[in-house]
Ligand binder design. Structure first.
Ligand SMILES: Cc1cc2nc3c(=O)[nH]c(=O)nc-3n(C[C@H](O)[C@H](O)[C@H](O)COP(=O)(O)OP(=O)(O)OC[C@H]3O[C@@H](n4cnc5c(N)ncnc54)[C@H](O)[C@@H]3O)c2cc1C
Ligand code: FES
Length: 286
C-alpha cells in the first residue's frame, strides 16, 4: 500500500473525507514531560481500518485539528493508539483531555509501510529517531504479531536524553526477546543511564546483519535521514528497500490545501511513507 510518486495511496477510511468521526478516549497517560499516550476507539462498531505508517487528523472542538500517526498495529483490534507531543494549540488541548472525552477523527490517510506486500519474508531493520518511534511502532507491533512472516528483526532507537525515551515498557520487552535485536542510544549522558551515548548513526557499527534481503524502515527528525541513508548504503541495503516516513506541515491531509508540498509532491497523499530512492532528486525532501 506504499504509494509511489505516480500512484498516491488510499486516502480515507471511507465516507466523507472532510467529516470527522466521533471517537472516545479510553485512556490518557503521560509518557515524558512533553509526550502523552492515548488509547481511543471510534464510536460505533467500526474499526479505524488503518495500515502501519498511516496518520489520522485528530480534531478538538473549538481548537482545530492536527495530523497524528497511529502508533498501534491494525493487528490489535477494537481500539487504536497515538503518542502526542505537546507543541501548540491542538496538541496542548489534547494533553488536557481525560478518559471518556470525545475527539474527532478523519482518516486514516496517506501511504503505509508495505508489511503485507513486498516487506513480507524480508529481514527488517527499523531506525527510529525520537518521536519517529511512534509511526514505526505500528509496523514493529505488526511484524511481531505476524512474526513468522518476517526474517530477522533489528531495531535502532535514539533519543536526545534518557528522559525522552518513549515506550520504555515495550523497549524492555523487545530487549528481552531473543527473536529481535534492539540497540538504543541517547545523545547526552545523564545520571542513571548506563546504556550507549551518541548519535543513532553510532549504533550501525554495532550491528551484525546476517546475509539476506534486508529492508529498512526509517523515521526521525529531518536532520537524521541523510546520515542514516549513508549508513544504510554502507551496509548495502538498496535504496529501493529503504522506506522513510516524512513529516511535513499539513493542514487538510487530503491534497487540497498545498501546505505539505515539497517541489510539487503532496506528502499527505503521496506520503508520508516513501521509498528513499524516489526522493533523491527532490530538493528539500531528505
Ligand atoms: C504525517 C504526520 C504525522 C505526525 N505524527 C505525529 C505523532 O504521531 N505525534 C505527534 O506528537 N506529532 C505528530 N505530527 C506532528 C503534529 O502534527 C504537530 O505537532 C501538530 O500539528 C502541531 O499542532 P498544534 O496545533 O499543537 O501546534 P501549532 O499551534 O500548529 O504550532 C505551534 C508551533 O509549533 C510549530 N509546529 C507545528 N507543527 C509542527 C511540526 N510538524 N514540526 C515542527 N514544528 C511544528 C509551529 O510552527 C508553531 O511554531 C505529525 C505530523 C505529520 C505531518
Ligand atoms: S495537507 Fe493539504 S495538501 Fe497536503
Amino acid at each position: 500500500m506504499e504509494g509511489t510518486l505516480d500512484s498516491p495511496a488510499r486516502t480515507s477510511g471511507g465516507g466523507d473525507i472532510y467529516l470527522p468521526r466521533p471517537a472516545t478516549l479510553l485512556s490518557v497517560s503521560a509518557m515524558t514531560a512533553s509526550d502523552a499516550f492515548f488509547e481511543l476507539a471510534l464510536d460505533g462498531p467500526e474499526d479505524l481500518g488503518h495500515l502501519p505508517g498511516q496518520f489520522v487528523e485528530v480534531s478538538v472542538p473549538g481548537m482545530g485539528e492536527a495530523p497524528i500517526s497511529v502508533c498501534s498495529s491494525p493487528t490489535r483490534k477494537g481500539s487504536f493508539q497515538m503518542l502526542v507531543r505537546r507543541i501548540g494549540s491542538v496538541t496542548q488541548a489534547l494533553h488536557r483531555k481525560s478518559p471518556g472525552d470525545k475527539v474527532g477523527i478523519r482518516g486514516p490517510f496517506g501511504t503505509s509501510f508495505p508489511m503485507e506486500g513486498e516487506l513480507k519474508g524480508k529481514n527488517l531493520l527499523f531506525v527510529a529517531g525520537g518521536i519517529g518511534l511512534a509511526p514505526l511502532r505500528s509496523a514493529i507491533q505488526y511484524a511481531l504479531d505476524r512474526r513468522g512472516d518476517f526474517g530477522r528483526i533489528a531495531i535502532l532507537a535514539g533519543t536526545r536524553s534518557a528522559a525522552e525515551r518513549l515506550f520504555t515498557g515495550e523497549l524492555l520487552e523487545w530487549k528481552r526477546r531473543n527473536d529481535l535485536t534492539l540497540l538504543e542510544t541517547v545523545d547526552q549522558p545523564s545520571p542513571g543511564w548506563a546504556g550507549q551515548v551518541g548519535l543513532i548513526t553510532g549504533l550501525f557499527g554495532m550491528l551484525r546483519l546476517e546475509p539476506g534481503p534486508w529492508a529498512a524502515l526509517v523515521c526521525g527528525p529531518p536532520v537524521m535521514y541523510r546520515f542514516v541513508l549513508r549508513e544504510l548504503r554502507r551496509l548495502q541495503v538498496p535504496s529501493r528497500e529503504v522506506h522513510v516516513s516524512l513529516e511535513r506541515r499539513m493542514k487538510c491531509g487530503v491534497g487540497k490545501c498545498g501546505h505539505c508540498q515539497i517541489n510539487g509532491l503532496y506528502v499527505c497523499q503521496q506520503g508520508p511513507v516513501f521509498r528513499a530512492g524516489d526522493l533523491f532528486d527532490l530538493k528539500e525532501a531528505l
